[in-house]
Design a protein around this ligand. Structure first.
Ligand code: AMP
Length: 218
């Protein structure tokens, strides 16, 4: 099964992708996570990529595609989170999938109103070691500033400031939203509200996917 998960940053894509990955034993491919690993390296390209990410701007397609194609070629079953973000990326993804003979089966769009996205993102903290996410209101760690899972100090992503979140939302509405219709026309789209209990949303999505594939997780 090959799934794409779409939604604004803060809609809960990562959380839902993790739940589906565990249930269906697929690989979670997050382009944001891949890029955050890449920019730890010290090179001119990595520094330029980091500047774009810190502002919430998109990384050029050629670079994204060169990273992604290598990853997709190796995986038969995956959830792709963070890609595509533009119409041209959607076309490029479809090209890659055709070339390797592994089409995308389902596209999930997680929908959350902008004001909720802003509240979620500006209050979130992440563990730099194990990537576990926390929120100052919705999911506070047991000990302030410390990861419950591995004990590392929590940090805030540099692109989780108000100005950057607003820029990311603008890009999402201008460039990413149109591809939701594109997948709707191709008959592979599942729209799901991302408001409410994350566990219930995952359970709902798992049920829909099981029904769609009649229990065959291929
Ligand atoms: P995310 O973790 O998905 O919110 O991504 C964090 C940042 O990585 C984005 O704000 C972009 O700067 C960059 N990024 C991630 N995926 C893509 C993509 N498909 N195309 C361009 N830039 C991306």
């Amino acid at each position: 099964m090959r799934v794409v998960i779409l939604g604004a940053s803060g809609a809960g894509k990562g959380t839902q992708a993790k739940a589906l990955t565990e249930h269906f034993a697929m690989r979670h491919i997050s382009t944001g996570d891949i890029l955050r690993e890449e920019v730890k390296k010290d090179s001119a390209v990595c520094r330029a990529v980091k500047r774009l990410m810190d502002r919430g701007d998109l990384i050029p397609d050629e670079l994204m595609l060169s990273i992604l194609e290598g990853v997709l070629v190796e995986e038969e079953r995956f959830i792709l989170d963070g890609f595509p973000r533009t119409y041209s990326q959607a076309l490029a993804l479809s090209d890659i999938c055709n070339r390797i003979g592994r089409p995308i089966d389902v596209v999930i769009s997680i929908e959350v109103p902008d004001d909720e996205v802003i509240q979620r993102i500006t209050g979130r903290f992440v563990c730099p070691e194990c990537t576990m996410m926390f929120h100052e209101v919705f999911l506070p760690p047991a000990k302030f500033g410390i990861c419950d899972k591995c004990g590392a100090f929590l940090t805030q992503r540099p692109d989780d400031t108000m100005a950057t979140v607003k820029n990311r939302l603008r890009i999402f509405h201008d460039l990413t939203s149109p591809i939701i219709d594109y997948y709707g026309r191709r008959g592979v789209l599942i729209k799901k509200s991302g408001v409410g209990d994350a566990g219930l949303i995952s359970a709902d999505l798992i049920k829909e996917l099981e029904e769609k594939f009649n229990g065959h997780h291929y």
